[in-house]
Design a protein around this ligand. Structure first.
Ligand code: DX5
Ligand code: ZN
Length: 224
C-alpha cells in the first residue's frame, strides 16, 4: 500500500497529555502515530521507554510506529512488542547485528523497520530486503525535533524506491517534513511522512483544529 500516510510524532506533543494528544491528532486526520524512543547514548537526547508505550497504546486506534533510537536494541525488543508496537524500527547504525535484530522484531510478532541516518547509504538496505516491512530515511540527524531538512537525502529515497521494486516495503521519511519538503520526498517515492513540529504547531488538546490544518497542508502539498 503506497498511499500517502501522515504520521505525527508525539515528540512534538505535550508530554503531560499524550493520551489526549493522540486522540486529538487522530481525530484531526493522522494516519499513523510515530513514537520516538531515545536513550541518551545512540542519540544525545532522552524520551521514554516501553512503559510509556504501553500506557499510550490504548489511545492509539491506528498504527503504533515505534522508532527506536537506542543501542543496544535487542534486549528491549520483546518489551516494545509487549507494549503493543505494530512496527518497530531499529537503526542500521545501532549495532553490528542488524540482521539478527530484524529477525527478533519479526519473531516478536511486529513489522520490522530499518532506519538510516543521513550519512548511511541506501546500499545498507540491499542485503535485508526480505527481512523488512519499512525503511525509514532520516532527513535530519536523529535526536531532536524541529531541525532543518537535509536535502541531500532525497536522492537516497529515489535509490531505495528503485531497489525496493514491487516488494511490500514502506518508505518513511523522518525529520523536517513540512508542506515545502513533503512533495520532494513523495515524488521520490516515500509513502509515510513523519511530522513532528509541522503537525503539532499552533494547536493543543483544547484547540486541536490547527492539527487538522497542519496535516491537511502536508497531505495536499505532497499530493499536488
Ligand atoms: C528525530 C525524530 C523525529 C522527529 C521529527 O530524531 O526521529 O521523529 O520527531 O520532528 P520534526 O518533524 O520536527 O523534524
Ligand atoms: Zn522518529
Amino acid at each position: 500500500d503506497r498511499s500517502l500516510k501522515i504520521a505525527p510524532s508525539i515528540l512534538a506533543a505535550d508530554f503531560a497529555n499524550f493520551g489526549a494528544e493522540i486522540q486529538a491528532v487522530e481525530a484531526q486526520g493522522a494516519d499513523w502515530i510515530h513514537v520516538d524512543v531515545m536513550d541518551g547514548h545512540f542519540v544525545p537526547n532522552l524520551t521514554f521507554g516501553p512503559a510509556m508505550c504501553a500506557a499510550i497504546r490504548p489511545h492509539i486506534k491506528t498504527v503504533m510506529d515505534v522508532h527506536l533510537m537506542i543501542a543496544p536494541v535487542d534486549p528491549y525488543i520483546d518489551a516494545f512488542a509487549a507494549a503493543g508496537a505494530d512496527i518497530i524500527t531499529a537503526h542500521v547504525e545501532a549495532g553490528p547485528h542488524i540482521h539478527r535484530t530484524l529477525q527478533a522484531i519479526r519473531g516478536a510478532g511486529c513489522k520490522a523497520g530499518i532506519a538510516l541516518n543521513p550519512g548511511t547509504p541506501a546500499e545498507a538496505v540491499a542485503p535485508l530486503l526480505d527481512m523488512i516491512d519499512m525503511v525509514c530515511v532520516m532527513t535530519v540527524n536523529p535526536g531532536f525535533g524541529g531541525q532543518k531538512f537535509i536535502h541531500a537525502c532525497v536522492d537516497k529515497v529515489r535509490a531505495l524506491r528503485a531497489m525496493i521494486g514491487d516488494r511490500e516495503i514502506h518508505i518513511e521519511i523522518d525529520g523536517g517534513v513540512d508542506p515545502m519538503t513533503a512533495p520532494l520526498v513523495r515524488a521520490a517515492g516515500a509513502d509515510v511522512l513523519v511530522a513532528g513540529s509541522a503537525a503539532f504547531k499552533g494547536g493543543s488538546v483544547s484547540n486541536p483544529a490547527p492539527y487538522g490544518d497542519n496535516i491537511r497542508a502536508i497531505r495536499t502539498a505532497a499530493e499536488s
